[in-house]
Ligand binder design. Structure first.
Ligand SMILES: *Cc1c(COP(=O)(O)O)cnc(C)c1O
Ligand SMILES: [Zn+2]
Length: 557
């Protein structure tokens, strides 16, 4: 047999069977799969080129004896997409999104379900119990349906109804527990115990952690395809690339536990040189791990009633997973961070509008966390970052979209028959106003103009004009009379100060509000020259701050 499980507590090793969950020597449930890394280091790189890009391409490193093609749904092998616009916005060009929405049930739980169900099927299991905040139960239900395994899914009553219906559609029995996720887990465990059914044990489930590590293998292969292999040090093979950061939103923390193990294995096999910093993000209303880490504590104090709308991330008691994750984060020089629901919802909009990626709020938590880490200087502008986009919002949640996201066109039938053209125009004029607020962006660098344009467009409807120097700006402003001017100070020839002088000298333009953007600290003298003549002064990196958009809205209304 090519893999074993080793007890984390007493070091005892034993053959792996999915149904024997306790260490035979010390009874611990914390055990880790191990493989013949020395042999695999030589054989795997030769085998990979002939294999399809999916999770089973690493089958020798997974605890399944023979992968079952009848169960697979094409799991793993998700794209790594460069986030060009987010990169520009954050001043951090090498941001890559591991698009786990593209799994069979649209979250990264598909990996876990595919490997676990394959192992259970192999072991002859026909019925199982799982507690879930939604996505685990959806993924397990899909694979259990294919494998002919009966699934009992315990979910909290806060799980969105659409998710519950999807679980039921796959034929699983949904049991709604009115209580916290931690309580739902207890009820599920008791149910499984009474009926002697196999139950999923979260981060203690070997197959789940092992499945998650395939994310790190894929990232290393994909980054190598983008940047080329790392130049080998003397006498070594060229190594695969690793990012400087791997960032993910966490609930119980299974994802990063698996991913960190994957990178450690690649290192052990000599396929990579370094391990990325691991950044894990929680929702503020349920962030026991972040709080413990920031206070330097070894164990996390459970949150008994989570205060977040983001149900997917509502593990209040991380238990021992925190201890393991803390070590991983510290050893890798990573970080724990939390974000508010509000920040996550905003990030969800930014991600959709800038990158065309619709993520569920839980996944948006990771992006909001990235924004925070970049602004705090923890993630450096030169760092290569891979961020796990773990779940798709399908359908987009009402909470996030608010009112007015769609407009109706109702065509009165009588008018349409008599004067169809007029009827149509009248109806369309109600769809959108004839005139949007008009904003002029004056900046000599193309990227800066593009960035400001994108940020504005991502938040509302504006008519935007651009000028790339002072002279062009004055002509433009006179011609178009915008409602707001965003003005760069440092421009060759006619600079921002001169433009401002010219605008203030003319009654037609003297009262147009101006936001000045500047890349450098201003001298006292320069600040004096702006005093009373502009509405706001922004540092160039500040454009993503919420104040910028609040300011814009206030000035044009
Ligand atoms: C499960 C899940 C998480 C949290 O993952 P863990 O690594 O298990 O903490 C984050 N986002 C989404 C969308 C999820 O489904
Ligand atoms: Zn043991």
């Amino acid at each position: 047999m090519s893999f074993i499980v080793k007890c984390i507590d007493c070091g005892h090793t034993a053959p792996y069977f999915p149904t024997s969950v306790n260490c035979p020597r010390c009874n611990s449930q914390w055990r880790e799969a191990q493989y013949d890394y020395e042999t695999l280091a030589k054989t795997l790189p030769l085998q990979l080129p002939d294999r399809p890009f999916d999770l089973w391409r690493y089958r020798e490193l997974l605890p399944v004896r023979s992968p079952n093609p009848a169960i697979t749904l094409g799991e793993g092998g998700t794209p790594l997409v460069q986030a060009v616009n987010l990169g520009m916005m954050l001043g951090c060009p090498n941001i890559f999104i591991k698009d786990e929405r593209q799994g069979p049930t649209a979250s990264f739980k598909d990996r876990q379900a595919a490997v676990t169900i394959a192992a259970l099927k192999e072991a002859g299991i026909t019925e199982m119990v799982v507690a879930s905040t939604g996505n685990v139960a959806i993924a397990y239900s899909a694979y259990a349906a294919r494998a002919g395994i009966k699934l009992w899914a315990f979910v909290t009553s806060l799980v969105p109804a659409v998710k519950m219906r999807e679980i039921a559609l796959y034929g699983s029995q949904v049991i709604k527990v009115t209580g916290s996720y931690d309580q739902a887990k207890q009820v599920a465990a008791e149910f499984a115990r009474q009926r002697s059914l196999y139950q999923d044990m979260g981060a203690r489930t070997t197959t789940s952690v092992e499945a998650m590590k395939t994310i790190s293998y894929e990232i290393a292969e994909q980054l190598t395809a983008v940047f080329g292999p790392v130049t080998p040090s003397e006498g070594r093979q060229p190594a695969w690339r690793t990012p400087d950061w791997y960032i993910q939103a966490i609930s119980g923390g299974m994802g990063p536990l698996g991913v960190a193990k994957g990178f450690a294995e690649l290192k052990q096999m000599g396929l990579i040189d370094g391990i990325p910093a691991i950044g894990v993000i929680q929702a503020e209303g349920c962030a026991p791990m972040v709080e413990a880490w920031k206070q330097g504590q070894e164990t996390a104090k459970p949150v008994s009633s989570p205060r977040t709308h983001i149900e997917t991330l509502a593990t209040g008691d991380p238990g021992r997973s925190y201890t393991f994750l803390r070590r991983i984060v510290d050893d890798s020089h990573g970080a724990f961070e939390s974000v508010s629901d509000e920040e996550a919802f905003r990030a969800m909009h930014v991600l959709a509008k800038m990158e065309g990626i619709s993520a569920e709020p839980a996944a948006a938590v990771a992006f909001a966390g990235l924004f925070k880490l970049v602004r705090a200087g923890v993630v450096k502008p030169t760092d290569t970052v891979v961020i796990n986009c773990t779940g798709h919002t399908m359908p987009p949640e009402r909470l996030v979209l608010g009112d007015g996201w769609a407009r109706n066109v109702v065509l009165p039938s009588r008018v349409m028959e008599e004067t169809p053209q007029e009827g149509l125009l009248a109806a369309l004029s109600r769809v959108a106003p004839d005139r949007f607020p008009r904003i002029a962006i004056v900046d000599d660098t193309t990227e800066a103009r593009l960035l400001i344009r994108r940020i504005l467009q991502s938040q509302g409807n504006f008519t935007i004009f651009e000028a790339s120097d002072g002279k062009e700006a004055l002509q433009l402003i006179e011609r178009e009379v915008p409602d707001l001017i965003i003005l760069d100070l440092m421009m060759p020839e006619l600079d921002g100060f001169a433009v401002l002088d010219a605008l203030k000298a003319k009654p037609e333009t003297a009262n147009i509000p101006v936001i000045v953007s500047t890349a450098k600290e201003l001298t006292a003298d320069e600040k004096d020259r702006l005093k009373g003549r502009i509405q706001s002064l922004m540092q160039k990196g500040d454009f993503m701050n919420d104040e910028f958009l609040d300011e814009v809205r206030a000035l044009i209304s």
